[in-house]
Design a protein around this ligand. Structure first.
Ligand code: ZN
Length: 216
């Protein structure tokens, strides 16, 4: 409670949320404390430990509208990212992570909601350095989001590049959207998805083929 309002030290790196709030503006304000950079101390990272379910209610801190942090106002609705709405089920062997409703493959443990079990997608993950493993997961998460929000897989690669300064290796996207084995109709649905985007962005059949091959 003491840290909720009127506390503004840029060097704070960890916030523990133990007050449940129904107000997204207040949540944004609480988390905004640690999201600020501190040139004085060189701080570029923060950690938020949420003990009371604020993240499940209001969304991941990565998705906070940064304008609303500056202005302490209620975030604009249309720019709101969806709130995460389910857990990776521990009772079925999952890891318990909080996930968006649309995520069909847990990016942390590869639990697959369509087949209700953990599917080991790639041994590659375990061969990566920790910093690469994070990027690997990030790209896969972006590819899932791209599909959900009807965006091109190239959108995911661009987002990745914006964050990390380089494009992701294509192999990192293998089976990223549906996991393996893919559920029934996944290939047909993804093909339709890619065709619609190809029409919109003037991409040729080779482009569609490339991303179909990456997924299946
Ligand atoms: Zn999981």
């Amino acid at each position: 409670m003491a840290l909720t309002e009127g506390f503004d030290v840029g060097a704070v790196e960890v916030a523990v949320l133990w007050r449940k709030t129904l107000s997204k503006a207040l949540y944004t304000q609480m988390v905004g404390r640690v999201l600020r950079l501190s040139p004085e101390t060189g701080k570029t990272d923060c950690m938020v430990i949420d003990l009371v379910g604020n993240v499940e209610k209001h969304g991941f801190i990565e998705d906070i509208d940064h304008d609303s942090i500056q202005l302490f106002r209620e975030p604009r609705r249309k720019r709101d990212a969806p709130s995460p709405s389910k857990n990776c089920p521990v009772s079925e062997g999952g890891c318990g992570a909080i996930l968006y409703g649309f995520q069909m493959v847990c990016p942390h443990c590869q639990y697959n909601f369509e087949v209700n079990r953990i599917v080991k997608i790639l041994n590659l993950k375990h061969k990566l350095r920790p910093s690469d493993a994070e990027r690997f997961q990030k790209y896969r998460d972006l590819l899932q989001r791209a599909y959900h929000f009807k965006r091109a897989p190239t959108w995911a690669a661009m987002q990745f590049k914006e964050q990390y300064g380089h494009f992701p290796p294509m192999a990192w996207g293998r089976h990223a959207v549906f996991g393996t084995p893919p559920p029934d109709n996944a290939q047909q649905n993804y093909s339709l998805h890619l065709q619609a985007i190809a029409n919109r962005l003037n991409k040729d059949d080779q482009w569609i083929e490339r991303y179909l091959t990456m997924e299946f």
